[in-house]
Design a protein around this ligand. Structure first.
Ligand code: ADP
Length: 180
């Protein structure tokens, strides 16, 4: 697998094309819905790979607001934890979608910092069923992480785990635009 890496301060930001359920990082981020009770896409894949204990823990969390995130164990995943972030549903871009998407990345990194987790992998939150345009989401994802990493010194590795080569190209371009 080819890897694209850039440094920002003490942190490495990477872009990979992979199934996020295979990554052995401290935390993978789930693009969850507000019920936290499972769904399709990456959410379904994470619950299938983690096993039923993940859903059992999620049932205790009382859901999650859009733009927020909650942490669980990773169970059968190679990742130690899952951070369930609820991205915005795209309604045309005038309903706070950009801010809510940025908030997901910020909250996830804040949780890593609070829980002492150094490495985290993100999917392209909201760009599947939730319909957020991928070319608009990638610079928000990358820019928010670079900004937030200044205040989350424990986090030293951020992986943008893309599910397609076009998605990876958007994230590489956003990283290059900011850090090259
Ligand atoms: P949302 O409802 O937030 O849009 P989706 O799961 O539908 O969430 O899609 C979010 C992104 O995750 C999409 O870019 C999709 O291609 C990607 N994706 C789906 N399955 C996986 C997976 N196993 N690993 C990484 N990314 C995935």
């Amino acid at each position: 697998m080819s890897t694209f890496e850039r440094l920002s301060g003490a942190a490495t930001l990477e872009v990979v094309v992979a199934d996020i359920t295979t990554l052995a990082v401290d935390a993978i981020v789930n693009a969850a819905n507000s019920s936290l009770l499972g769904g399709g896409g990456v959410d379904g894949a994470i619950h299938r790979a983690a096993g039923p204990q993940l859903l059992a823990e999620c049932r205790t969390l009382d859901g999650c607001a859009t733009g927020d995130a909650k942490i669980t164990q990773g169970y059968r995943l190679p990742a130690r934890h899952v951070i369930h972030a609820v991205g915005p549903v795209w309604h045309g871009g005038g309903s706070g979608e950009d801010a809510a998407l940025a908030s997901c990345y910020r909250r996830a990194l804040d949780l890593c910092q609070q829980h002492g987790l150094a490495s985290v992998a993100f999917p392209a939150i909201s760009t599947g069923v939730y319909g957020f345009p991928p070319e608009r989401a990638a610079p928000i994802a990358v820019g928010t992480c670079i900004e937030t990493l200044k205040t989350t010194p424990f986090v030293t590795r951020v992986v943008f785990c893309c599910f397609s080569e076009p998605s990876a190209a958007l994230h590489r371009a956003a990283l290059s635009a900011t850090l090259d």
